[in-house]
Design a protein around this ligand. Structure first.
Ligand code: ADP
Ligand code: MG
Length: 252
């Protein structure tokens, strides 16, 4: 077991956004997180690396166990940092540092946080960029890259920290259509390399072909989950069936 979430709740003011989420990710799992806009996908991902603080629930991650109660979070800052180091995140908006070139974007955190030497980090960065098909962009600035290239850099940057799990929040939603596939391809290769991944996405083909399990969120609750091979073929709830139809009219 890599990650286990139990009874996770999160509200913003009076609005209950997550209402008792339970999920488990095992090593190598690729979970597709589906749901309409506003269903709580981003909030769930942000709770997992504590960008949002859960109100209630338990997160188990490796040997870390974090308990949340209303207004009460007991873990030390060190524990939070230790957890974040092991959880990579890729956002819809690439969030690269615009004043740094690609190499600087990649080595900043490993040098600062993991105390790698710049030389060591550069070797790693070159390897990762080669995997992403971006070897010649080492010294380019984000503004000189296409959206798809920026997103691949963002993925490489997250991987520089050698995370145990990667969270993706609609990584292709901000891209021009012709750039979606280059990013999905990189993610598919990452999945094949055995990375544990949790991917909020509207790309049903990706979810079907690459994820092994699907989680469907509706109003802050998981109302359907199962093996990708099964849930797409036979959605159990009318709500999920409608969602699939709306996303892809070929579903009947
Ligand atoms: P999704 O990613 O599935 O579209 P979100 O998690 O972004 O859903 O949002 C779920 C609900 O929580 C939305 O109604 C949104 O407006 C609300 N929400 C998300 N983040 C915040 C925030 N920081 N402050 C207030 N409301 C928020
Ligand atoms: Mg979102």
């Amino acid at each position: 077991m890599m990650l286990q979430v139990s009874n996770l709740h999160k509200s913003f003011k009076q609005q209950k956004v997550l209402q008792g989420i339970d999920l488990t990710a095992n090593k190598g799992d690729v979970l597709a997180l589906l749901g309409s806009s506003g269903s709580g996908k981003s909030t769930l991902l942000r709770c997992l690396n504590l960008l949002n603080l859960p109100d209630q629930g338990t997160l188990k991650f490796g040997h870390h166990i974090l308990n949340f109660e209303q207004g009460n979070f007991e873990q030390s800052a060190d524990e939070v940092i230790a957890l974040r180091k092991k959880i990579g995140m890729v956002f819809q908006q690439f969030n690269l540092w615009v004043h740094m070139n690609v190499l600087e974007n990649l080595i900043a955190a490993p040098v600062l946080v993991l105390k790698q030497s710049k030389a060591e980090a550069k070797v790693e960065a070159e390897k990762l960029l080669a995997r992403m098909g971006l070897s010649e962009k080492l010294y380019a600035y984000p503004s000189e890259l296409s959206g798809g290239q920026q997103q691949r850099v963002a993925i490489a940057r997250a991987l520089m920290m050698k995370p145990d799990i990667m969270l993706f929040d609609e990584p292709t939603s901000a891209l021009d259509p012709e750039m979606v596939s280059e990013v999905l391809l990189v993610m598919q290769q990452l999945a094949q390399s055995g990375m544990t991944m949790l991917v909020a996405t509207h790309e049903l083909n990706f979810a079907r072909q690459v994820s092994n399990r699907v989680i469907f969120l509706d109003e802050g609750r998981i109302i359907e989950q199962g093996l990708s091979t099964e849930v797409f073929a036979k959605p159990a709830t009318v709500r999920f069936q409608r969602f699939l139809q709306a996303m892809n009219p070929r579903y009947e």
